[in-house]
Write a protein that binds this ligand. Structure first.
Ligand SMILES: Nc1ncnc2c1ncn2[C@@H]1O[C@H](COP(=O)(O)OP(=O)(O)O)[C@@H](O)[C@H]1O
Ligand code: SF4
Ligand SMILES: [Mg+2]
Length: 281
């Protein structure tokens, strides 16, 4: 039985420039004990996805979709029941940038840690933020870019900490723009582009045989130690999320774009998941 099952999830933000479609028809399933990595460049909807699962997407309107968590439909639950039984206790989240928001005035009186936040290193702060998210022993933890802005050694320690959580039966949703980190920690990967999950599958399939041209671009931009590889960054800029134009959102940047890509790409089944792309029709 899948522990978490998300279908057709769409979330909009209303702004003065029109509606921003931060999530569009996002879909994936995770079996019990399986972790997922969410990849994609800035502003593609990663944080909105995490925040919607824990029902804290301030200003975000759920346009469609269902989130089943252990066979309970969590978007249909009254807020009081969700807060009492699920939020922090079953599902928890380490917010993006949370370590920078530890209160600078009050010292952390955790009796062993008589220090003000500014006296702590980035790694220490991140450990405190992670410990706070784990206080009630949740089973599903969403970690939103927990290693961004930390130096490489501290990053490695945080990754080890996350791996240890998994050994203790916690499933993770790890959000990062770094596919290498994701495939080290998670069994499954979902690649987001412009509010859509454009590819989903096992980490090994996505790493060895990426199907979506955007996933291929992301992987090509990872430097390797063994090979002197010329870094190929994906040129062009991210799509306008307020656009309602049909067709593939990656069209303007895709090296394989064809005429039919001006209509919405089909969802094609792969060995371990799916890809949204006309190339595999
Ligand atoms: N509270 C909000 N109000 C309006 N727009 C928002 C809000 N939060 C996020 N957005 C917009 O939604 C899109 C997705 O944002 P986000 O989920 O934070 O992406 P990511 O985490 O991938 O960077 C972006 O265009 C962002 O500007
Ligand atoms: S649908 Fe077309 S434009 Fe979009 S990623 Fe596939 S080939 Fe490229
Ligand atoms: Mg984010």
């Amino acid at each position: 039985m899948p522990k978490i099952e998300i279908s057709d999830l769409s979330v909009d933000y209303k702004t003065s420039h029109g509606d921003i479609h931060a999530l569009e028809n996002v879909e994936f399933q995770l079996e019990d004990g399986v972790s997922i990595g969410i990849a994609g460049e800035s502003a593609c909807g990663k944080s909105t996805l995490g925040l919607t699962i824990i029902r804290m997407q301030q200003g975000g309107n759920i346009i469609s979709g269902k989130i089943m968590f252990r066979n309970k439909s969590i978007l249909d639950m009254p807020e009081s029941k969700f807060d009492k039984n699920i939020r922090w206790k079953e599902i928890s989240m380490i917010f993006q940038g949370a370590m920078n928001s530890l209160d600078p005035v009050f010292n952390l009186d955790y009796s062993i840690l008589e220090k003000y936040p500014h006296e702590l290193s980035g790694g220490m702060k991140q450990r405190i933020v992670i410990a706070m998210a784990l206080l009630l022993k949740p089973k599903f933890v969403i970690a939103d870019e927990p290693t961004t802005a930390l130096d490489v050694l501290v990053q490695a320690k945080i990754i080890n900490l996350l791996k240890n959580l998994k050994k203790n039966g916690v499933s993770l949703m790890l959000i990062s723009h770094d596919l290498a980190i994701l495939s080290e920690v998670a069994e499954k990967i979902g690649v987001m582009y412009g509010g859509k999950m454009v590819e989903f599958g096992t980490s090994s399939e996505i790493y060895r045989n990426p199907k979506h041209p955007y996933t291929q671009g992301l992987l090509n931009s990872i430097p390797t130690l063994r090979k002197e590889k010329k870094l190929k960054f994906i040129s062009g800029s991210p799509p306008d999320l307020s656009s309602t134009k049909p067709g593939c959102r990656f069209f303007d940047r895709c090296p394989e774009a064809m005429d039919k890509c001006k209509t919405d790409p089909p969802k094609i089944k792969t060995d371990s998941g799916y890809v949204l792309c006309w190339l595999y029709e």
